[in-house]
Design a protein around this ligand. Structure first.
Ligand SMILES: [Zn+2]
Ligand SMILES: [Zn+2]
Length: 241
């Protein structure tokens, strides 16, 4: 009874909107995405044939890995994205990152957790996020990945350490660089702020997976400091090859 009342009051104070079309949603139904957008956006799912490493949809369904993962040795162990980075998904994430729509994180987190619950063999000890350099954080006001990791930890009960990674270089924006430049850009961009990582499995949460070089930069540093396996979860992933 109380839970229902509280949910109702929160719903009036902070109306929940579909993160893809901004339509108001029925809070009593715990809806996170409107039915129309749910049907419209491109979900990544195992049945379509996805890369065993990065979860990108496979062009050649007879293979286990996508072209990119076949030619690149990733430092992370494996990961999963929710959607393809296109259309409504792309617009939604841009609003979330750059237009102050931080409230979207509630819907995003619910979907991330639903997908995470299906990854039975991950055994995660610590959740963290990709850090932002302090200058950029000041410019934007919030770190979109840290917000996701926070919500994710609250819902799953897995330990959160958003200060685990420190960004030591104010790297160039990845989207403006070529693949090779991206890898170079992320080299030594991070430091670790925890000495007790021995044998731990870490899950890094981020918004978009493009080439994986940011996540690899983080993963390399975590592994160097004793972590066993590094996994990732992102909202979206680029199509790749
Ligand atoms: Zn919608
Ligand atoms: Zn792949």
């Amino acid at each position: 009874m109380w839970k229902k009342t509280i949910t109702f009051i929160i719903g009036i104070l902070f109306p929940k909107k579909c993160p893809f079309c901004e339509e108001l949603m029925d809070i009593t139904q715990e809806q996170t995405i409107c039915d129309n957008c749910r049907a419209e956006i491109s979900w990544i799912n195992e049945k379509m044939g996805i890369c065993s490493k990065c979860s990108k949809p496979l062009v050649d369904k007879s293979k286990s890995y996508c072209y990119d993962c076949e030619k690149t040795k990733h430092h992370y162990y494996k990961g999963r994205a929710l959607w393809l980075y296109a259309g409504r998904v792309q617009d939604s994430i841009i609003r979330y990152k750059f237009n102050g729509k931080r409230g979207y994180y509630r819907s995003y987190v619910t979907e991330l957790v639903k997908c995470f619950d299906k990854q039975k063999d991950w055994n995660i000890d610590i959740i963290t996020s990709v850090p932002m350099h302090k200058y950029r954080l000041r410019e934007r006001g919030y770190n979109q990945s840290a917000l996701l990791a926070e919500g994710f930890s609250l819902e799953t009960g897995i330990k959160l350490d958003n200060k685990l990674l420190i960004r030591v270089k104010n790297t160039a924006r990845q989207k403006d660089l070529s693949d090779l430049e991206r890898i170079h850009n992320m080299k030594n961009a991070f430091l670790i702020n925890n000495t007790e990582l021995e044998g731990k499995n870490i899950l890094i949460i981020d918004d978009i997976y493009t080439t994986g070089s940011t996540l690899d930069g983080c993963a390399a540093e975590l592994i160097k400091n004793g972590a066993a396996k590094v996994y990732f979860m992102t909202l979206a992933i680029g199509k790749g090859l």
